[in-house]
Ligand binder design. Structure first.
Ligand code: SF4
Length: 635
């Protein structure tokens, strides 16, 4: 039953128990929900409250939570994101993510701020929510289909066209069905849920969630919102990256950022430059791209379709290539053929594998093979040499997606494989807390190293997305946050801990409002920019500090969850390669990450005890979190 809420909220958190096939609503209290805003924050809150401590991530007890934000489904540009959370089977810690498309708005238009799915269906199923009414349907015929194939079949069954803007579908591929820890959830090739949330969904025998909604999201001041929306669109169009994102998404970063500064993790981080950059950059990819459809309400359509019509790797079609595609498959795995890279992207999505972790584990295996630590007896005959990268990676993806043979081994992830393959692999096992690193070298941008080390979901860049060292944060902002601009200097130390802490706060804010980070990566992501927008949607007069503080509250709650699930301060670290092996070539030659002093400053900025890693009582009090933790301890 929906309750009276501020503008932008539906007032309903639906709870579906797959075991009992029953729907209930969880309480929607302003005092509890609003401090976490919605989206990622609401999902983190629900996960903290609902997961029995220590529960097996692949058990029916692990709640799978989808959430939208107060901006979702309104006119606010680029606010169509949705968050998903559960305990991660890959890390045993917070598993969460944020995707695009139109699933988020559909959830809101169906009358839901969040959806919790617990239990386990007796047979393969999908959940259809039609304007707030729940139906569990058989998915026996959809098992083994790709997320895209399953979504198209569901559209046909529920009698809507595939392009219906009021219908959003999230689905898993075969990797999720097979319980693979590197699996994710996809909606129109927008993926979310690094850390194996696809496997959590598969463990529930749940192939997909389809939502149709027709309700309007009421906002506090529609006229003011119209003005602010026009202003935000104008401001977005003035951003430096706007035109290139429309041309080919984030691909321009390969040449403009990595080509100039170094930072490729070429051959699993053995080189900082990329010798075959001309073959994998945006210009190499451009001839294969078609104009994209944008996520709902976004004036910066950035996710392109592509097609390789013929040749060794065609025909293949796909969607959603970004810089990560070429960085991971092209540089990290050493693939030199853009058509093979596009096929690798399409097949990874086909199976519902993580586009960062899957190439990460393949690159790790390739270096292990290069060093003679594993051979063809381990790879079951597959030639994993860098010279054979194009075919070796594609074959590995097929095996991983089907969870068979050598692919089944790769699906254990870098951390587990490194433990099995021995001490000699430890230095180049590029993971943090069990999650594979993103494809950028933190020895070039040390704040990225700090981000990887402290992120609540393991090695990940999206939690802080700090562009200070890439010229992306103005001096006045740096001075205000850190009292110095040294954080922008890749060779500096001071200020980086404070700046990363701040960036985590504002990214948590964007993730909870469900604003796209491609849009909010600069000026549009600062709390000062968002206060008027927040007021016109919700009617809440929060100042910039209150908005930032909400972001911090979310980061701290995710920390509390991780501590509860066994995290220790020793886990806040980096792979040995980044700490002690200098970059061998390129503009960043000779650099390593000096993590300890940055971590010290970060812990201080966060208010975390250096010995226990826990937030100190004063900080919990300042954020209104202490009562929650005490209730949790007693339960
Ligand atoms: S910038 Fe791209 S990913 Fe972000 S909302 Fe717009 S179309 Fe979607």
């Amino acid at each position: 039953m929906a309750v009276n809420t501020p503008g932008g909220y539906s007032g309903r958190i639906g709870y579906y128990d797959l075991t009992k096939k029953s729907v209930t609503d969880l309480a929607w209290n302003e005092e509890e929900v609003l401090p976490f805003i919605g989206g990622r924050g609401l999902a983190a809150l629900l996960l903290y409250k609902l997961l029995p401590p220590g529960a097996d991530p692949l058990s029916p007890d692990n709640p799978l939570i989808f959430a939208a934000g107060p901006f979702t489904g309104t006119k606010v540009p680029s606010s169509s994101r949705w968050s998903v959370a559960a305990k991660s089977p890959l890390t045993g810690l917070t598993g969460s993510g944020n995707g695009g498309g139109n699933f988020g708005p559909s959830l809101k238009w169906a009358g839901l701020d969040a959806l919790v799915i617990s239990g386990k269906a007796t047979r393969p199923s999908y959940l259809f929510i039609d304007d707030g009414a729940f139906f569990l349907k058989s998915a026996a015929h959809l098992w083994r289909k790709s997320p895209e194939e399953a979504s198209l079949a569901i559209c046909s069954e529920i009698g809507v066209s595939a392009g219906d803007p009021h219908v959003g579908i999230c689905a898993i591929g075969r990797a999720g069905e097979e319980g693979v820890g590197l699996s994710i959830i996809l909606s129109k090739d927008h993926s979310a849920g690094r850390g194996g949330l696809g496997a959590v969904m598969g463990s529930k025998n749940l192939k997909a969630v389809a939502v149709r909604g027709s309700r309007k999201v009421e906002v506090f001041d529609p006229l003011a919102l119209n003005r602010r929306t026009r202003g935000m669109t104008d401001d977005l169009m003035k951003q430096n990256h706007y035109a290139s994102f429309i041309k080919y998404g984030s691909m321009s970063a390969l040449r403009d950022r990595y080509g100039v500064m170094g930072g490729f993790l070429t051959f699993n981080g053995q080189k900082g430059s990329c010798p075959h950059l001309d073959h994998i950059d945006g210009d190499a990819m451009y001839p294969y791209l078609w104009p994209s459809e944008s996520c709902f309400g976004c004036p910066m359509p950035c996710t392109h379709y592509f097609a390789v019509e013929e040749g060794d790797y065609g025909p293949v079609r796909g969607r959603g290539v970004q810089a990560a595609t070429s960085l991971a498959f092209g540089a990290q795995c050493g693939m030199t053929d853009i058509e093979a890279i596009l096929k690798a992207h399409a097949r990874t999505n086909y199976y519902g594998l993580d586009l960062i972790s899957a190439p990460g584990v393949i690159a790790f295996a390739m270096e292990s093979y290069q060093r003679g630590i594993i051979g063809r007896d381990t790879t079951e005959g597959l030639d994993l040499s860098w010279a054979n990268a194009n075919d070796a990676v594609l074959e590995s993806i097929e095996l991983m997606g089907q969870n068979e043979g050598f692919g089944r081994l790769l699906n254990r992830g870098v951390k587990a494989l490194s433990e099995d393959w021995g001490e000699k692999t430890k230095s180049f096992a590029l993971h943090v807390k069990g999650m594979e690193t993103t494809d950028a070298d933190p020895r070039v941008w040390p704040t990225w190293g700090l981000m990887y080390a402290v992120s609540s979901r393991g090695a990940d860049h999206c939690r802080a997305l700090c562009f200070a060292e890439m010229g992306g944060m103005p001096e006045d902002v740096l001075n205000r946050i850190a009292g110095t601009t040294e954080a922008a200097d890749p060779a500096g130390i001071e200020g980086k801990g404070k700046v990363v802490s701040y960036c985590e706060d504002i990214r948590a804010l964007a993730d909870s409002l469900e604003l796209c980070k491609f849009v909010t990566q600069g000026q549009l992501g600062y709390p000062e920019y968002l206060t008027d927008l927040f007021h016109s949607v919700t009617g809440l007069k929060w100042d910039a500090e209150e908005l930032r503080k909400a972001g911090e509250r979310i980061v701290q709650l995710e920390r509390l969850f991780n501590l509860q699930e066994g995290l220790t301060p020793e886990d806040d670290t980096l792979p040995e390669r980044f700490l002690s092996e200098p970059v061998l070539d390129g503009p960043a030659k000779g650099r390593v990450v000096h993590l300890a002093p940055m971590l010290e400053e970060y812990y201080h900025a966060r208010g975390w005890d250096r010995k226990t890693g826990e937030p100190v009582t004063e900080r919990l009090d300042a954020l209104g979190l202490r009562a929650m933790t005490e209730i949790r301890k007693k339960s």
